[in-house]
Write a protein that binds this ligand. Structure first.
Ligand code: SF4
Length: 353
């Protein structure tokens, strides 16, 4: 079990964020927010994939106003992503945004910040203070970017604390996994606000998934992180699926059976890779809803009698193959022997609904 860092709880719409609550999956739309129908459609597909909090870019008054209409067609809370102009944040709050994200790199005027904090206090809307290394000049010049990012964040928090505003979530994203990790560690030691995790600008899916898994996963393992967003140069659906996989791999949340399958080697006497792939597709189709399961369920698919029976026994359901046949285990006990071509069908029957 991961021991979470103790944080305050921050309410965003109908969800609670912080150490007493499950790690929340976020993503961001890739549409022009003022195109209401298109944006609403994208958010609904994100909801169906398991997104629990959506962020939209607000770069104009039209985008801010669109939030009121978009909210009518969705069920998850919506966060408005604001840069440069505090009046857009105030407009987004008036339009019903459940959370505001601002960037200390481009919202520096104490007067503007005061106005925004007053408005958020009055309307009870939380603010995410999201550092992004790309928008801080000091970071590009720094010998130790992680220290600079964390220090800027902690200093910025003072304006909020002076006004007794604590509905805050923080994030410190950079494209560099190690700098991000160090910055989060330092900031986590300096405040008790929930943290939103992410590695920014990770690139296309293959590299992005690896960087996000290492960065987000290692922080979660260290107990840091209360919401996550995987950023990919790809669809938001892939971002959400990856976020779910990271949380499942850590045992932090359970969204369906986990497959444990061996890499195969010269001892394998069955065509195991297509069997495992078919099983994965069947499981994905059956468990594609955003439902969450209280208990993990593991299904082992093993290629031979060396590690196979051991892994298959430890899983909830498992199969250890021999020559074109397999022995099925359930909760550690052999339940039957079957032909390899029937394996997927039978395992799915045992997995149930
Ligand atoms: S379980 Fe058997 S077939 Fe699979 S990798 Fe291990 S030794 Fe090879």
């Amino acid at each position: 079990m991961i021991k979470r860092r103790k944080t305050r709880t921050v309410e965003v719409g109908n969800i609670k964020i912080g150490s007493d609550h499950p790690v929340v999956i976020q993503s961001m739309t890739k549409t022009n927010t003022s195109e209401i129908e298109k944006t609403t459609r994208q958010i609904r597909s994100m909801e169906a994939a398991g997104c629990e909090l959506v962020r939209v870019a607000v770069k104009s008054p039209e985008d801010a106003s669109a939030i009121a209409e978009i909210k009518k067609g969705i069920t998850i809370p919506i966060a408005a992503d604001i840069h440069f102009d505090h009046t857009l944040a105030i407009k987004a709050i008036a339009s019903g945004a459940d959370k505001i994200r601002i960037n200390p790199g481009n919202m520096k005027s104490p007067k503007d910040l005061d106005r925004l904090i007053n408005c958020a206090l009055e309307k009870n809307v939380p603010i995410r203070i999201g550092i992004n290394s790309g928008s801080l000049e000091e970071v590009s010049r720094a010998k130790c970017p992680s220290d600079v990012m964390a220090d800027i964040l902690l200093k910025y928090l003072e304006s909020f604390q002076r006004k007794n505003f604590h509905d805050i979530i923080v994030s410190i994203k950079s494209a560099d996994v190690v700098s991000t990790w160090l910055a989060y560690k330092k900031a986590a030691a300096g405040c008790d606000y929930p943290m939103h995790l992410g590695i920014t600008s990770t690139g296309l899916a293959d590299d992005g998934i690896v960087k996000s898994s290492i960065g987000i996963g290692s922080l979660l393992l260290a107990g840091i992180g209360d919401t996550i967003r995987v950023s990919l140069t790809d669809t938001p659906i892939l971002e959400i699926e990856t976020a779910r996989r990271i949380l499942s791999a850590l045992g932090a949340r359970h969204f369906g059976p986990q497959i444990i399958s061996c890499p195969t080697c010269g001892r394998c006497q069955v065509d195991l890779i297509p069997i495992a792939k078919k099983l994965e597709i069947e499981i994905k189709n059956r468990f594609k809803t955003k439902n969450e399961y209280k208990k993990p369920l593991t299904v082992a698919v093993m290629g031979c009698e060396v590690n196979g029976p051991g892994e298959a026994k430890m899983a909830d359901i498992g199969i250890a193959f021999g020559k074109n046949k397999g022995v099925i285990f359930k909760k550690g006990k052999i339940v039957e022997k079957i032909e390899a071509f029937r394996a997927v069908e039978r395992l799915m029957e045992l997995v149930g609904q």
